[in-house]
Design a binder for this molecule. Structure first.
Ligand code: NAD
Length: 292
């Protein structure tokens, strides 16, 4: 993927990792960058900063959990800047942490609506336009080290949504035409304002709640978002599917892999008959082909 000359869209770009992705894309010669966020004022500030460093940029307000709004903003951006060829589906929220058995249902609905449904809506609206344009392009999805099996106690809903996001990317990787690639970004802690996201919880799902100081302190231990954005766009430029940013996370992925080995080793010791099919081959045989 050639970032130089690409039209780039980044959701959740008013701050944190999204802002850093937009700045990094600008530094790598993007033709234009669309800064999308539910926080329009913040998005405008980022677009102004980019323009003052010579990068064409425009700000757009959009709540990614509103599917119609995502369709509308995809039309607006394509009209204003051209069809985005690098789509960064990055916006996400992290509800107030706490044990799953004590958690609030509204937090589950909210995190699914933004992190999973909103990410899908972003990929759908921009991905369809990109595929229809016939141009080469790339989808970059901000997942998390939690997608791999880093199981923080107290972050159950967030962890579940980030597994789901990796699932979307995994399947899209099979479905996209050859000229469109996809990567999943897997950051560990990054020093951003994510701890403040409970302030964004909609009234219908319990309303805004104050951000816990502990979450702020935890995120302040994180790395600079600029470092994550550099690794992310290096990964996109070299066409990698999974983009790791924090070396420690491999220990947890390997622990999960070891659990999987145990499960299958134990299965091999039972007299369960071997299945006669390969799941991927079977799925390919019965899959409904798209209209590509
Ligand atoms: N900070 C971390 O430690 C970390 C680690 C792994 C993954 N992530 C992921 O990175 C992504 C970016 O988070 P961040 O850490 O930069 O946090 P952040 O809160 O600094 O930035 C997120 C941005 O998304 C916007 N946003 C929230 N809900 C939205 C919605 N419904 N529609 C549109 N925009 C919305 C916010 O206004 C904010 O500007 C998220 O998907 C997050 O889950 C963060």
């Amino acid at each position: 993927m050639n970032i130089h000359g690409a039209v780039v869209v980044v959701t959740g770009a008013a701050g944190g990792i999204g802002r850093a992705l937009a700045v990094e894309a600008g530094q790598r010669g993007a033709a234009a960058v669309a800064i999308v966020d539910v926080n329009l004022e913040g998005a405008r500030t980022v677009a102004d900063d980019l323009r003052s460093s010579g990068v064409p940029a425009s700000a757009y307000r959009c709540d990614i959990s509103d599917f119609d709004a995502v369709e509308t903003v995809a039309d607006e951006i394509s009209w204003d800047l051209g069809t985005p060829t690098l789509v960064c589906a990055n916006a996400g929220v992290s509800p107030v942490g706490g044990p799953l058995l004590e958690a609030e249902a509204g937090d589950l609905s909210w995190s699914l609506a933004v992190n999973v449904a909103g990410t899908w809506a972003t990929l759908r609206s921009f991905g369809r336009r990109l595929v229809a344009s016939g141009q080469p392009g790339w989808l970059l999805v901000t997942a998390s080290e939690h997608s791999l099996g880093v199981p923080f106690a107290g972050a159950g809903f967030y962890t579940a949504t980030k597994h789901a996001v990796l699932g979307l990317a995994d399947v899209l990787r099979q479905e996209l035409p050859e000229q469109v690639g996809i990567s999943a970004l897997l950051p560990g802690l990054v020093n951003t304002e994510l701890w403040r996201s409970p302030e964004l919880r909609p009234e219908s799902l319990g309303g805004p709640s104050s951000a816990p100081e502990l979450a702020r302190a935890l995120l302040q231990e994180g790395v600079d978002p600029a470092q994550v954005a550099r690794l992310a766009l290096d990964g996109v430029a070299s066409g990698r599917f999974l983009i790791a940013t924090h070396p420690h996370a491999i220990r947890y992925a390997q622990a999960r892999s070891a659990d999987i080995d145990v499960a299958f080793n134990e299965l091999a010791l039972t007299d369960t008959p071997d299945t006669s099919y390969d799941a991927m081959e079977l799925a390919a045989k019965f899959a409904v082909p798209g209209d590509r």
